[in-house]
Structures are given as C-alpha cells and as structure tokens.
Write a protein that binds this ligand. Structure first.
Ligand SMILES: Cc1ncc(COP(=O)(O)O)c(C=O)c1O
Length: 367
C-alpha cells in the first residue's frame, strides 16, 4: 500500500479542512424538524434582489456555454463602481478563491504568513496549503492587534492577512490604525485586507482601503457578492490591487473560475442600490434587536460591525449549539477559532432573530 502521507506536501498533510455551517436540510433530515432557521453562515436573509434574480433566470438559458473567462462585463461594472481600472481586478470563485490565489502567487514553503488569532480560518488554510508557516499574533479585545502584527513581520514574511471586519469576531481596525500599519510594512510583504462585510459598515472611521492602493502598491483588497448581495451559492468575489499584482493573480486563478450565472447575477446586483440599502437597514435593525436581547439575557457579546454577532454563553458552547438545533435554530459554534464558549449568530429576518433568542434563552435556562 502506498503511504500517501509521505507523498503529500507537508502543508496539506497537516491541513484541517474548513468547517462549514450546518445546512438546514441536514438538520431537518437528522432531527425530523421543519422550518429550521439557519443563522450560521452570515448569509443575507433577504437573498438576491430583483435585478439579480432576473439576470440569473436569463443566464440559465445559456449554461451549455462556457462563461466569459475574462469576466469582461462584470469587471467593467466593478471598475466604474470602484473607480479603478479593470486591470486592477481579479475575479474569484467567491472571495475565498482570491484569498487563496494571493498565497499561491507570493508564498513559498520557506515563507511566513502573518495573521491574527481568531481571524478568518481561510487565512491559515491558504498559508498551510502552500506549506508556508502561519504566524498567529495574539488578539487585542478579540480583534487584530496591528502593532503585534507589525512586530511579527520578518525577512521571511511574504503575506499578511487582515479581515476588516473580521469573522467570527465582527471586530474592525479603524482607518488611522490600518494606514499606520501599512506605512510600517516593508516592501517585500504583501498585505491582503479582506472586506467581505464592507457594505454593511456604517462607521465614519471605517476605511474603504481601495484608494490606498496607489500609495501602498503591496495592498490587495478583497470583497464578495456572497454577503450583502445575497449570492453566496453562486460564488463570486474579487480582489482589487496594483495592476501588476492583478496580472499575476489572473495567471494563477483557474480558467472560468467564475461561472456564467454568477457573472450575470453579480453584474446586475451591483446596480441594485435599493436592495443593498434594504439589506443594510434590515441588518441594522436586526443587530439592534439581537444585541439588546443578549444584554437582557446578561450575555456578553463582542461589538460587531458585520452581519453577525458573537456571544459568550458562559459555558462550553458546543452543547448549547446542539440543544439549539433541537429547537430548530442553527447558529455557529466557533471552538475551531479558539473560542470554545462563544456562538456566532448571523443577523436574520426579524422572525428568525426572535426564534433564535427564544431558543437560546430556553436552552440556557435548561442546562
Ligand atoms: C471574513 C470573510 N472573508 C471571506 C469570506 C469568503 O466568502 P466568499 O468566498 O463566499 O466570498 C467570508 C465568508 O464567510 C468571510 O467571513
């Protein structure tokens, strides 16, 4: 028998696969429930808007044809929206894809990748997949400690990942801190700022980051259509960078990595300002309700600017998660993020948020 463990690269041998949120269908099947509420994957409770749905239906007629490999029209729309030339864009199969492409472009096994404790799990996965060494800096108040991250940079560092806001903590780095950090990063280091939840943020001190690329050409900003645009299943994300960086990233990404349905829906979604505004407003209200209700339950939660809130249930969260499943509510345990007593709750529709709080209160009262 071949010992594949000796053949596989060291990084892949030690890789812990990504743990997705539990699908509603699975919970309904396993527990014999109906009307399960899923608040486990930071998805949009409204789903896609009218324009994206119509574009999707039209594009479905043409699925026998390969998509446009260059994503010409989507890039043109993004370019107009973001105020950057199309040459600065790399499209991805979700933003996960472009996060990973960045590591494959810049990082060798002898290199180090700096990331924060409790930061998005894909950062460490992407570093390990290329057999590099992730350097995990301690968090400050659950968020990125940018000073600690700057101190962790060495000659061997090639890449820094920063999630702003971060998942699963919802924490963020304000403009001044992030720009100071970028100013301190040496030229041999690429910095990826992941802004998957940027559209939800309503704070004056939250940086757009894209205009900074001119001043900091080693900066790569990633965004997604999975969150506020409600297109998670279609897998469309993108990176904005210096055009030379985008050229390299585009060489590495797989051909046709964004499918025809995704391209069409994403392009239409970009024009649907009304839908985005509705999603943001619903999120604001839901966040207000959920955080207020958690306060009433006496549960500490981490201040979040995303579409989710992470709560300390004051005991091992695994059994609480399991009991909440029996109440028909799926949330996300985050033990794999070094947060064994926390649950992450995505903001849902008003009725979903209420069911979640009722389930949490019942479960915490019973165990
Ligand atoms: C911080 C962060 N970045 C990136 C992603 C990836 O999303 P997608 O690949 O769907 O664009 C997620 C998804 O949850 C996320 O939380």
């Amino acid at each position: 028998m071949i010992d594949f463990a000796t053949l596989v690269t060291p990084g892949v041998r030690d890789l812990q696969p990504y743990l997705p949120g539990k699908p509603s269908e699975e919970v309904e099947r396993e527990l014999g429930l109906r009307d399960v509420v899923k608040l486990a994957s930071n998805e949009s409770p409204l789903g896609p808007g009218r324009l994206a749905r119509a574009a999707l239906a039209r594009a479905a007629e043409d699925v026998s044809r390969y998509p446009d490999a260059s994503g010409y029209y989507l890039k043109r729309r993004l370019s107009a929206r973001l105020g950057v030339p199309p040459e600065c864009l790399t499209l991805g199969n979700g933003s996960n894809d472009v996060l990973d492409v960045a590591a494959r472009c810049f990082v060798l096994p002898e290199h180090e990748v700096v990331l924060s404790a409790h930061s998005f799990v894909v950062f460490g996965l992407s570093a390990r997949a290329v057999s590099a060494t992730p350097i995990v800096t301690p968090a400050r108040d659950w968020g990125h400690d940018l000073d600690a991250m700057a101190r962790a940079i060495t000659e061997r560092t090639r890449l820094v990942y920063i999630a702003n806001p971060n998942n699963p903590t919802g924490t963020w780095s304000p403009s001044a801190d992030l720009e100071r950090f970028l100013g301190a990063v040496p030229e041999h280091v690429m910095v990826v700022v992941d802004q998957a939840y940027a559209e939800y943020v309503e704070r004056d001190d939250y940086p757009d980051c894209i205009p900074w690329i001119e001043r900091h050409p080693n900066l790569v900003v990633t965004r997604t259509f999975s969150k506020v645009h409600g297109l998670a299943a279609l897998r469309v994300g993108y990176a904005v960078s210096h055009p030379q960086v985008a050229d390299y990233m585009n060489r590495v990404r797989h051909p046709f990595n964004v499918n025809r349905l995704g391209l069409a829906a994403a392009q239409a979604a970009l024009d649907d300002d009304e839908h985005v505004a509705r999603s943001v407003a619903l999120n604001r209200e839901g966040m207000g309700y959920l955080t207020g209700a958690l306060d009433e339950l006496g549960l500490a939660h981490i201040p979040s600017i995303g579409n989710f809130v992470t709560v300390d249930v004051g005991r091992p969260a695994g059994p609480v998660f399991q009991q909440m499943l029996r109440e028909g509510v799926i949330v996300r345990p985050v033990g794999n993020y070094g947060m064994p007593d926390h649950l992450r709750i995505s903001i849902g529709l008003e009725s979903e948020n209420r069911r979640c709080i009722a389930a949490l209160a019942k479960v915490l009262g019973s165990i």
